[in-house]
Structures are given as structure tokens and as C-alpha cells.
Design a protein around this ligand. Structure first.
Ligand code: NAD
Length: 246
């Protein structure tokens, strides 16, 4: 049985979708969760839902693409709670376009949030976790890191997430800090609900298990990775996709 009693966790992009599911899961296992997002109202709604289920959480407005805001997210959490045990880098956006039509803004926005955002929280968190000699970091990459039509920006950012994950895993292992990445396949969230019906059906047809994933499918894997059961697992990139990538 997994328990996260006494742990303090930050989840970025937790106003909805996967981040909300992850925040709710960690709180249900006893963690105090800092529910962070650019959408303050959505983050507050997640906190309300967590509290209604007996969990403990607070909302924190933070654009992870902004270095100062990301730093403040980490530092104010530690000032308030005395420690930071778990960091889940989930915030992400997509700005899909074929490479020959992709604008500089589409490229830069996705890199700023999906890749720089991960560095912006991990860098100050690594300083804290090294001092504590304890930490669990999980970064949300994507099955798209292997390349996906219309997603040169997104795939490049998510491949970068794999790179920083494996490097940090090597650097931080001796300090009892694990760093892993999850590659969700096709999960039913607002992000994927934005695709045309034809694309939705085509995506489902590529999944051996025959269905889109649910945020809980990803959250369950994260609950394991941040628990004591996974204390000897680091630098891994785990697909949670119903067999979409085999
Ligand atoms: P979503 O769009 O439903 O939710 C993303 C959340 O991130 C939103 O609450 C949004 O406000 C927040 N956010 C966006 N920009 C932010 C920023 N700059 N700073 C802080 N918060 C920000 O998306 P989702 O489907 O829940 O995806 C969550 C993560 O999982 C993303 O990193 C995404 O790339 C990844 N992912 C999703 C799928 C999928 O099938 N849904 C597949 C692979 C990877």
C-alpha cells in the first residue's frame, strides 16, 4: 500500500487534465499538494475537489515558462512547508503545424513551456533536494518525443525532457533523488479533445488496448514512482499508453 503521508508535492499544470488527476492522486495518498497553474481559478477548483475528498492542498499561480515565477514556486513552498519532496513537471501546451508552415512563435512558445519550464523548476528544486538528500522528480514527456507529424516543436521539447531527466538522474542519484519521465500515449483530456473526430478515431485505432487513457492511468504510475516502492528506479522513461508504443 502506497502512502505519501508527510510529503510535500508540487504539480505544475494541475488546473485540469493529467495534472489535476495527478494532484488528486497524490493528495489521496496523503501528500500535501501545491496545485500550480497559469489558470488560478482552475487550480483553485482542483484544490476544492481535493479538500472535499479529505486531502490537503493549496493553489499557486505560476507560469513555468517564467524563470522568476518558477523559482518562487519552489522557494515559497520550501519557506512555507520546510521541505519539498516531490516535483511533477506536467505543464504543457501544443501549437501543432507542419514544419514548413510552423512559425517562430509556435516553435518558441512550446519550447518555453514544455522544455524551459521543466528546467526552470528542476534547477532550484535540485538545490533544495540535494540539501535534503531526498527527492522524487517525475517529468511528463510524451510518446511524441519519437517524432510525430505536425509536432516538430512539441517532439523536440519532449525529447529534451528525456535528456534533462536522464542527466539529472545521473547527477542526483547519490543524493537519494530519483528522476524519471513518463510518456503518456493518448489520454482523454482537453488537450486531446481538441483534435478532429477523424484524428481521434485514428489515434484509438493505433492503441492495442483499444481505448484512450485516463488521467488516473498516468497518475497511478506516478504514485508508484514517487513512493518508497520505486526508490531504486531512476532515469527511466516509461510509456503509459495502452501499448501504443511497443
Ligand atoms: P491540458 O491542456 O488539458 O492541461 C495542461 C495544463 O497546463 C492546463 O491546466 C494549463 O493551464 C497548464 N499550463 C499551460 N501552460 C502553462 C504554463 N506556462 N505554466 C503553468 N501551467 C501551464 O493538457 P493535458 O492533456 O492534461 O497534458 C498534460 C501534460 O501531459 C502536458 O505536458 C502534455 O504535453 C502531456 N501529454 C499529454 C498527452 C495526452 O494525450 N493528453 C499525451 C502525452 C503527453
Amino acid at each position: 500500500m502506497i502512502t505519501l503521508n508527510g510529503k510535500v508535492a508540487i504539480v505544475t499544470g494541475a488546473a485540469r487534465g493529467l495534472g489535476k488527476g495527478i494532484a488528486e492522486k497524490l493528495a489521496s495518498l496523503g501528500a500535501y499538494v501545491v496545485v500550480s497553474d497559469v489558470n488560478k481559478e482552475g487550480a483553485q477548483d482542483t484544490v476544492t475537489d481535493i479538500k472535499q475528498n479529505g486531502g490537503r492542498a493549496e493553489a499557486f499561480l505560476c507560469n513555468v515558462a517564467n524563470v522568476d515565477e518558477a523559482r518562487e514556486l519552489i522557494h515559497s513552498t520550501v519557506r512555507k512547508h520546510g521541505h519539498l519532496d516531490i516535483l511533477i513537471n506536467n505543464a504543457g501546451i501544443n501549437r501543432d503545424a507542419m514544419l514548413h508552415k510552423m512559425t517562430q512563435d509556435q516553435w518558441s512558445e512550446v519550447i518555453a513551456v514544455n522544455l524551459n519550464g521543466v528546467f526552470n523548476t528542476m534547477q532550484p528544486a535540485s538545490v533544495i533536494m540535494r540539501e535534503q538528500e531526498y527527492g522524487r522528480i517525475v517529468n511528463i514527456s510524451s510518446a511524441s518525443w519519437l517524432g510525430n507529424i505536425g509536432q516538430a516543436n512539441y517532439a523536440a521539447a519532449k525529447a529534451g525532457v528525456v535528456g534533462i531527466t536522464k542527466t539529472a538522474a545521473r547527477e542526483l542519484a547519490k543524493k537519494n533523488i530519483t528522476v524519471n519521465a513518463i510518456c503518456p500515449g493518448f489520454i482523454d483530456t482537453d488537450m486531446t479533445r481538441g483534435v478532429p473526430e477523424k484524428v481521434w478515431e485514428m489515434m484509438i485505432s493505433k492503441i492495442p488496448m483499444g481505448r484512450a487513457g485516463k488521467p488516473e492511468d498516468v497518475a497511478n504510475c506516478i504514485a508508484f514512482l514517487v513512493s518508497d516502492h520505486a526508490s531504486y528506479i531512476t532515469g527511466e522513461v516509461i510509456n503509459v499508453g495502452g501499448g501504443m508504443v511497443l
